[in-house]
Structure formats: C-alpha cells, structure tokens
Design a protein around this ligand. Structure first.
Ligand SMILES: NC(=O)c1ccc[n+]([C@@H]2O[C@H](COP(=O)([O-])OP(=O)(O)OC[C@H]3O[C@@H](n4cnc5c(N)ncnc54)[C@H](OP(=O)(O)O)[C@@H]3O)[C@@H](O)[C@H]2O)c1
Length: 204
C-alpha cells in the first residue's frame, strides 16, 4: 500500500478547509475525490482549477473511499454519519472544530470532539488532524529551504496515526503525532494550546 494510491482518498466538504486539502493533494499529484451537499456538477470549476488529480464525486461515491477527510461544519457530522449504515473499514480524518458552533459544549458534554465524531460514524477509525490552522495558512507557500509546515495528528489507533502521518509527509508536510485523542488530541482541540500555532520544521 502506498500513500499515493488512487481511489483511496476523499474529502467531504468543498468549502475553505476542503478546498485547501484539495490543493495540498493536487500539488503533490495525489488523486483525491471531493464531495459536498450540491453534487459533482457544483465541483467542476474547482476541479478544473486543480487538474485531473481532483475528482468530483457524489457523497455516496466519496464515502466508498477508504480514507475520508471530514471537512464539514460540526453540526453536519450526524448527517454525514447517517449517509452510511456502517463505517467499518473507513479511516476518517476529522478536521472539524466543534468550538465555533453554538451549543457544541452541550453536544460534547466533555467528550473530545473526535470521540463524538467517532460515535456518529459507527465502525470508523477516527484520526484528529488538519484542524488547528486556518485553511489559507495550510496552503501558503513557504520560502524555499524554510522547512516543512507542521501538522499535528492524534489517534487512538497508532497504525491509523502512522498512515495519516505518512500521507502528510507525501503532501509535503511534517507530521507530529501527539498520541491518543483524549491526551494529545486535546492539545489541538479548540481552545487547546496548539490551536492556531503555525510551526515549521527546519532541517537539522
Ligand atoms: N475554515 C478554516 O480555515 C478551517 C480550518 C481548519 C478546520 N476547519 C473546520 O473545518 C470544518 C469546515 O469548515 P469550512 O470553513 O471549510 O466550512 P465551509 O467553507 O462552510 O464549507 C463546508 C462544506 O461542507 C459541506 N457540507 C455541509 N454539510 C454537508 C453534508 N451533510 N454532506 C456533505 N457535505 C456537507 C458544504 O457543502 P456545500 O458546498 O454543498 O454547501 C461545504 O462544501 C469546520 O468544522 C471548521 O471548524 C476550518
């Protein structure tokens, strides 16, 4: 299995963070599907701007892929979850930030937001990542030789964290794994101490 495999990745949500992820994938030449509520026709313009590595899909098609980036507003998570009866075998990268949605504290009741997400996607393996920087920062070009932008990853299943870290590397980023969602994941859950911290790893 290779981090650059085709038909493996999908982004659900084509707004600010979904489009930023699409930019990272297409810059790296890694094929990725993308879906939203409005269907593939609404994604033609975005796809044309990013080239053939970006594939507009229906939501159903996107959810057939193995590794799915969840790039929807926090309140939309149950709706996405209901689009599949069983998420077994899916690795979901949760880029959402509950904090900015009114009433989310009542919904979470102290749970880590990625654990809430996992509860809405029964059977899925959920990894928290790509949520702690603004979309525009995630894609901003760094000066040549400056190093690689850091993305933080929290996962309860180490193998899943390793896979997303390898993918982040293939996307040109420096992955820093923080351990379990209830531990390291809290550091990147708004208002945690690593939120909006823009770090660049310099070569030693
Ligand atoms: N904006 C940032 O800089 C940033 C950075 C890191 C993390 N985040 C987090 O990422 C999430 C998305 O933020 P955003 O700023 O990208 O939002 P956004 O610009 O409003 O885009 C949301 C996208 O989600 C899609 N969507 C909504 N409900 C859906 C559903 N049920 N099924 C499929 N697609 C659905 C929308 O589809 P349509 O296009 O069809 O309406 C839209 O493409 C939020 O939780 C946010 O906190 C944002």
């Amino acid at each position: 299995m290779d981090a650059t495999d085709t038909d493996r990745y999908a982004i659900v949500g084509s707004g600010k963070i979904g489009a930023a992820l699409a930019e990272l994938f297409t810059r790296a030449g890694i094929e990725v599907g993308i879906a939203n509520t409005r269907g593939p026709d609404s994604l033609r313009e975005l796809a044309a701007s990013r080239g053939p590595a970006l594939r507009p899909l229906s939501l159903t098609e996107a959810l057939e892929r193995e590794i799915i980036f969840l790039a929807v507003p926090f309140p939309a998570i149950p709706q996405v979850g209901a689009a599949r009866p069983d998420w077994t075998g899916k690795l979901v990268v949760d880029t959402t930030n509950a904090h900015y949605s009114p009433g989310s504290e009542d919904v979470l009741q102290g749970r880590a937001s990625a654990h809430y997400t996992a509860g809405m996607l029964p059977g899925a393996t959920v990894v928290k990542a790509f949520n702690q920087l603004p979309a525009a920062t995630l894609t901003a070009e760094l000066d040549a030789g400056a190093g690689r932008r850091v993305v933080f990853i929290a996962a309860d299943e180490p193998a899943a964290g390793d896979r997303i870290a390898a993918l982040a590397g293939a996307l040109g980023l420096a992955a820093v794994q923080l351990g379990r969602i209830d531990e390291g994941g809290r550091l990147i859950q708004v208002p945690g101490p690593l939120v909006l911290r823009h770090l660049v790893e310099r070569p030693l």
